[in-house]
Design a protein around this ligand. Structure first.
Ligand code: SAM
Length: 291
């Protein structure tokens, strides 16, 4: 259905012709982008889905009023959430993505030739359909034949996974309001730990040190109780087993051969930025080290 002529509510009267991201997740501020054209708006079983063409950030995917992807800088997010864990262990073979329906993380996982199986569990089929239509550079990840798509709740999916199945689990979730709430809670991290092999790794979207230190504190506390070691940015943890040194990646990615499915080279990730990602500003270090 083409709803592109109707004005959704998030295109607020705050600044006419602009999209404003207003949420209790960041009280007192609203990130705004100038809108060229509204391309899609719909309501799925789980959330409101909007796509618009912005004037300077390319196409933008919005779920429940919150920006998920902007074409201009999505590379930074997708490359880091995928390659930080996958480059930290030798020969990852089985990888699970929770959320990530846009396909961008799949595109990055597909660059790893050691990988044999990529499972993805996304709750909302509409996100996948919209991405295939409007974000072909992200949805290209679905073209990799190693990918198996499961549409459903990531929490339930993980509970049914046999113990020790995956080498790496990547949690590319939305914010902890709405369907992703449980993906930030302790029972979920326990299921993640069970589904990983000894020495397996998890990387989860862990919000912003400027806006969400309280959420990060909870994630760190939950994970410290379950995993042996962990560092924030994205939150990276490993199960007990062969030791994983996240700061010194043992499995550097050879970008020259990584475009089979991704179609284009990486734009953001390299080994230097990997190691540098574990340096934290003093205020964040203090809070995290106290947990
Ligand atoms: N890749 C994006 C980026 O660049 O920032 C991140 C967001 S991605 C679109 C988040 C996805 O998580 C959404 O498509 C949402 O439907 C999905 N999701 C939320 N809760 C979920 C759950 N419980 N199980 C599986 N997927 C979930």
């Amino acid at each position: 259905e083409d709803n592109s002529n109707k004005e959704p509510t998030c295109f607020s009267s705050l600044i006419p012709g602009w999209f404003s991201e207003i949420s209790p997740m960041w009280p007192g501020e609203a990130h705004s982008l100038k809108v060229e054209k509204i391309l899609f708006q719909g309501k799925s079983e789980y959330q409101n889905v909007v796509v618009f063409q912005s004037s300077t950030y390319g196409k933008v995917l919005v779920l429940d009023g919150v920006i998920q992807v902007t074409e201009r800088d999505e590379c930074a997010y997708q490359e880091m959430i995928a390659h930080l864990p996958l480059c930290s262990i030798p020969n990852p073979k089985k990888v699970l993505v929770i959320g990530g329906g846009d396909g961008g993380v799949l595109r990055e996982v597909s660059r790893h030739s050691s990988v044999e199986q990529i499972d993805i569990c996304e709750i909302d089929g509409m996100v996948i359909d919209v991405s295939k239509k409007f974000f072909p550079d992200l949805a290209v990840g679905y073209e990799d034949p190693r990918v198996s798509l499961h549409i459903g709740d990531g929490v339930a999916f993980l509970k049914a996974v046999p113990e020790g199945t995956y080498d790496a689990i990547i949690v590319d979730s939305s914010d902890p309001i709405g369907p992703a709430q449980e993906l930030f809670e302790k029972p979920f991290f326990q299921s993640v730990a069970n589904a990983l092999r000894p020495g397996g790794v998890v990387c989860t979207q862990a919000e912003s040190i400027w806006l969400h230190m309280h959420i990060i504190e909870d994630i760190v506390t939950n994970c410290r109780q379950i995993f042996k070691g962990g560092v924030i940015g994205f939150m990276l943890c490993s199960t007990e087993g062969p030791p994983v040194d996240f700061k010194h990646p043992v499995n550097p990615i050879d970008d020259s051969g990584s475009h089979t499915y991704a179609k284009a080279p990486m734009k953001y990730y390299n080994s230097e930025i990997h190691s540098a990602a574990f340096c934290l500003p003093s205020f964040a270090k203090k809070v995290i080290e106290s947990k």
